[in-house]
Design a protein around this ligand. Structure first.
Ligand code: SF4
Length: 489
């Protein structure tokens, strides 16, 4: 099976029960944002920009749990902000487990190893020592950290921690291989930390998923390479979604990075070009998504938007009408369901936007539930076969694959290092932020690689602006890098 049986059965029961009750609109996944604070400033992130005036606010634990109980969604995606910064994240996960929900902890990965060390300290026993030694020999835990785990004090042993469970996934944000990912999160070293966290999680028996956002400059060949690498690490599944051009993210992009948002975000046509291989990837890798949504992304069908099925709850309440667009916030999910004129938003079955802001949206939060909730005979059968069919085997590990993954800071090709070097050379030869020329992925790494990727939209160096724009971009990134250092604990 692609997904664990018990959670799958619970989700199926939720759908059937609501349909039998005649409920036309109900929640499938709650996007729970207990805070918007983040330790990173990813390019394209709408949250830290839209909620910039409430970054220090938190949703109290009880309110988070009440929101989950009110909307009854069987799946909770804890996002943000960086949820591992939320002071009661362990209690939140435990409380949602107690409610019987499937949980995705969406994280940038930087604090994951710290959280897993805390779990080991709280539950350390001689049986765990073998795994600890394995982690030390793989350099995923230092000798000093291992000793701290073995000799944990009373407080550490009593701490509520996030334990491995079939009812939750670490859902790690990875937008590309090392060069690209570090560039998008605007910090070198983050990709390496994510990989270390994934490796440690797999040793300890956690379920791990990854989530990837695709932008206009994303190289499709690189994505396939990334999935191969992640699969070889034993990652259990992947979500992938086209980027949405949040107003706040667009403004930030113009002001801070001097970039044109139209160079970054996807239109519907471009999304379909980027995702033309998605169904093949669904066969090769454990892509989390219904076949209907994958067909939609590949341009083989239209879907209407069901934003009500993936509601967002945050410091201001229930965000309406959807995860990406904000008109207002409501105090309860039921009030949001009743008061939003859903016919005003989304797209019709022909793909025409009912609201201009919906025109280019193909986000999974709007369209995935439409495919999942379809009661058409074909969709039901195809969904059943996809979910209950066998899971794609992990991609074989190889040195070539690993070398291809670490194509950035590890080999001295970090974008910030390069930018600094360019500054020192009076900017001569500086590379644009997304220039593929600076990201020499050996496209033949890994067996069976398909070269049929989209050079038309992204390849061969995507520098679109004049040299001065590139320089402003690089200067902004250097300034951002000086402000914050990567911290792993
Ligand atoms: S189409 Fe996209 S932007 Fe429009 S309501 Fe649906 S999810 Fe929101």
């Amino acid at each position: 099976m692609r997904f664990p049986l018990a959670p799958t059965a619970k989700i199926a029961r939720h759908i059937v029960t609501n349909k039998l009750k005649g409920n036309r609109k109900f929640a499938m996944v709650l996007q729970l944002e207990p805070l918007h604070t983040c330790n990173l400033t990813c390019t394209g992130c709408g949250r830290i920009r839209e909620y910039s005036t409430s970054l220090k606010d938190l949703v109290p634990l009880e309110q988070c749990l009440a929101a989950a109980a009110e909307c009854e969604a069987p799946m909770i995606s804890i996002c943000g902000g960086e949820p591992l910064i939320y002071p009661k994240i362990e209690e939140l996960v435990a409380g949602l487990h107690a409610q019987g929900r499937m949980i995705y902890i969406c994280t940038n990965g930087v604090f994951m190893r710290k959280k897993m060390r805390e779990y080991m300290a709280a539950h350390f026993s001689p049986e765990m020592d073998g795994k600890l030694r394995q982690l030390v020999s793989s350099k995923l835990v230092t000798e000093k950290e291992a000793e701290a785990i073995r000799n944990a004090d009373e407080a550490a042993r009593k701490k509520v921690t996030i334990r491995p469970s079939q009812w939750h996934y670490w859902n790690v944000h990875v937008d590309g291989l090392e060069f690209t990912h570090d560039l998008i999160v605007e910090r070198e070293g983050v990709f390496k930390e994510c990989v270390a966290a994934i490796q440690m999680a797999k040793v300890l028996g956690y379920q791990v998923a990854t989530n990837t956002t695709v932008y206009k400059e994303t190289d499709v060949a690189e994505l396939e390479q990334m999935f191969k690498f992640l699969s070889s690490l034993g990652v259990d599944g992947h979500t992938i979604s086209p980027g949405y051009d949040y107003d706040a993210a667009k403004k930030d992009m113009v002001k801070r990075l001097g970039k044109d948002p139209t160079d970054f975000f996807l239109t519907r046509d471009l999304t379909r070009q980027k995702f033309k291989d998605i169904e093949r990837w669904g066969e090769m890798f454990t892509i989390f998504g219904t076949p209907g949504y994958l067909e939609f992304l590949a341009g083989k069908r239209e879907l209407a938007c069901s934003a009500w099925a993936v509601p967002t709850y945050n410091v201001r309440g229930w965000k309406a009408p959807c995860y990406v667009m904000t008109e207002t916030h409501y105090p309860t999910y039921q009030e949001m369901l009743a008061k939003v004129n859903w016919d005003k938003f989304g797209v019709d079955e022909k793909g025409c936007g009912r609201d201009a802001r919906c025109e280019n949206c193909m986000m999974h939060s709007g369209f995935e539930p439409t495919a999942a909730l379809s009661s058409g005979l074909r969709d039901t059968w195809v969904n059943f076969r996809y979910n209950f069919g066998s899971r794609p085997a992990p991609y074989p590990t190889s040195d070539t694959l690993t070398q291809a993954a670490y194509n950035g800071a590890t080999i001295g090709k970090g974008h910030l290092a390069e930018a600094k070097a360019a500054v020192n050379r009076e900017f001569s030869g500086a590379k644009s932020a997304f220039a593929r020329n600076g990201n020499d992925i050996p496209h033949d790494a890994g067996a069976g690689h398909d070269h049929d990727h989209d050079h038309g939209a992204s390849g061969g160096g995507c520098s679109t602006g004049p040299a001065n724009d590139q320089l402003a971009d690089l200067k902004a990134k250097i300034a951002a890098a000086k402000k914050i250092e990567v911290k792993t604990d």
